[in-house]
Design a protein around this ligand. Structure first.
Ligand code: GLN
Length: 187
């Protein structure tokens, strides 16, 4: 059984914990470096990346997470979690771990009222499409050569992986479909 740190500073962490438990693994609600240190994998949930960034600093989690990523442990970022794992961009504030070679536009799909749900084909999950919930989602604008695009929507990558780091523009934890969490935890 894998111990999965679910960053619980702000945002949609409770549903990620449920998905991890449904996969048969142990979610660890994580707000400190010592909780992270007990875990084998990490999920960075959606929420508000500016708020999450400030809380990462005040909770002393920036360097521990940097080290966790560098240790090649599996890390999954969804929505705001994807933003903090991406590359920094000029004039943008907030933590960017540069854990995956992607650049994103925050709120690139529009504001809250432009939220939408769409079935997306993820070949790695089989032929049944994955229902994907986009809420003020980050839009991927650049993808490095070693990044694997596991799914796209309207020609834009929405699920990307590079080595140990997986990122989704959408919220996989908001559906009952746990295939993406299973995929991540198989890594
Ligand atoms: N728009 C948010 C941000 O900039 C992300 C939204 C989400 O995580 N659902 O951080």
């Amino acid at each position: 059984m894998v111990k999965v740190a679910v960053l619980a500073l702000q945002g949609a962490f409770a549903k990620h914990c449920e998905a991890v438990a449904l996969c048969g693994h142990t979610p660890v609600v994580t707000r400190s470096a010592s909780e992270l240190a007990r875990c084998d994998a990490l999920i960075l949930p959606g929420g508000e990346s500016t708020v999450i960034s400030k809380l990462l600093v005040s909770n002393g989690l920036v360097e521990p997470i940097r080290g966790f990523i560098a240790s090649q442990a599996p890390v999954f970022g969804t929505c705001a979690g994807m933003i903090v794992l991406s590359q920094p961009k000029p004039l943008e504030q907030g933590i960017r771990f540069s854990a995956i070679h992607i650049e994103v536009d925050r709120n690139g799909y529009g504001s809250q009222i432009a939220s939408f749900e769409v079935p997306v084909t993820v070949l790695a999950l089989g032929s049944k499409p994955f229902q994907s919930v986009f809420i003020r989602a980050p839009k991927v604008t650049r993808v490095g050569e070693h990044v694997r695009v596991l799914a796209s929507h309207d020609g834009t990558p929405v699920l990307c992986q590079e080595n140990n780091v997986l990122t989704a523009s959408f919220h996989p934890e908001l559906t009952d479909d746990i295939r993406l969490h299973e995929y991540f935890l198989r890594q």
